[in-house]
Design a protein around this ligand. Structure first.
Ligand SMILES: [Zn+2]
Ligand SMILES: [Zn+2]
Length: 90
């Protein structure tokens, strides 16, 4: 369940595909399509990378905060994913 968001919400933008309907479920990319193994949803990979879902959740681990979509917020390695495109502190 992903709430409908006002149009001014920024996109999540993380470099991994996740299902907007199944929190924390990563999409399996194959032959130009990304598929959710839980609900069976299919998207063109180009449409879901970077993550296009609304960034409605603020994650804060003390030294850093970021806004992500509800599905990425439920991923256990979300900070790792974010670290792929951001220089680590220090
Ligand atoms: Zn799904
Ligand atoms: Zn996301």
């Amino acid at each position: 369940m992903v709430p409908v968001n006002p149009p001014w919400e920024p996109e999540c933008g993380l470099a991994s595909g996740v299902c907007p309907h199944c929190a924390g479920v990563r999409l399996i990319a194959s032959a130009g399509e990304s598929r959710c193994v839980r609900c069976g949803g299919v998207w063109a990979t180009a449409r879901v990378l970077p993550c296009p879902w609304p960034a409605i959740i603020v994650l804060d681990r003390g030294d850093r905060a970021m806004r992500v979509c509800a599905s990425h917020a439920a991923l256990s390695n979300v900070w790792e994913l974010a670290g792929q495109s951001v220089r680590p502190p220090g």
